[in-house]
Design a binder for this molecule. Structure first.
Ligand code: ADP
Length: 243
């Protein structure tokens, strides 16, 4: 099995009747294990909906999503919650850390929620990898934005998830800090074989991926392998994203 995520004819319609909006229209795609995929497209093209459906945060109206071979369609909310806790990791634009918890407590939170045991060696390796080995007792407010996002990445990695999903993970960071965070995500793919799927509107961020998927009006209309920022920006311009 070399697919981390497999989507077949996935459609998502919000609302009913005249006010219905088709956010995804029969999207079929496979995302390879150990790959870094970026998802781009104009505002409203369905990027968030794509990520939410792929990660089991939202249910498609039609079609099937498989994560590591598991069909999500038949799963109830309890099973989906379990899957999200144990088999996927999330990194959001707004970091979403718990302010009252230390770095270490934030990172190990997913393990406590799923009653998993903390593998101390893996915890230390993860904290070192994200460069926070010396700050385990700090609270989020004592850290810079880039450091907070590193905590969120460590939290996403701690369960050794099949896929890490990023929703504009560098959207709140300045250019230099964003570069560090993207380099870190790239390293998790190269060194750990981690699968990463990231929604972004930034061609530079997308250029860290192995493949960029372009969404327009709920469909995958293009893809680009070994992307450069310039090539990504050029395709986005063709999609009318910057008009
Ligand atoms: P993107 O992330 O590319 O900006 P979204 O996936 O957020 O696109 O949205 C795709 C389309 O679906 C848009 O037209 C948006 O207005 C609509 N949409 C998204 N979420 C909802 C919702 N909860 N209810 C109704 N319409 C929605």
């Amino acid at each position: 099995m070399s697919e981390a995520v497999e989507m077949s004819a996935v459609s998502k319609v919000y609302g009913k009747g005249k006010s219905a909006v088709a956010a995804l229209r029969e999207v079929s795609v496979t995302l390879p294990k150990g790959g870094f995929t970026a998802v781009m497209g104009p505002s409203g093209s369905g990027k968030s909906t794509f990520l939410h459906c792929a990660a089991g945060l939202d249910k498609p109206t039609a079609g099937t999503v498989r994560l590591g071979g598991t069909d999500l369609s038949g799963m109830n909310e309890t099973k989906l919650t379990e899957l999200r806790r144990e088999r996927v990791g999330f990194v959001f634009q707004a970091f979403n850390l718990v302010p009252s918890l230390t770095v270490e407590q934030n990172v190990t939170l997913p393990l406590r929620l799923s009653r998993g045991r903390t593998d101390k060696a893996w915890l230390n390796e993860t904290l070192e990898r994200v460069g926070l080995g010396g700050r385990t007792d700090h609270r989020p407010a004592e850290l810079s934005g880039g450091q907070q996002q590193r905590v969120a990445i460590a939290r996403a990695l701690i369960t050794k998830p099949e896929v890490v999903f990023g929703d504009e993970p560098t959207g709140a960071l300045d250019t230099m800090t964003a570069k560090d965070v993207l380099t870190l995500l790239r390293e998790t793919v190269d060194a750990l074989g981690q699968t990463v799927v990231m929604v972004t509107h930034d061609p530079v961020a997308a250029s860290y991926a192995d493949t960029v998927l372009f969404l327009a009006d709920g469909r995958i209309v293009d893809s680009l392998a070994a992307p450069t920022a310039a090539a990504v920006a050029e395709r986005m311009t063709r999609l009318g994203a910057y008009v």
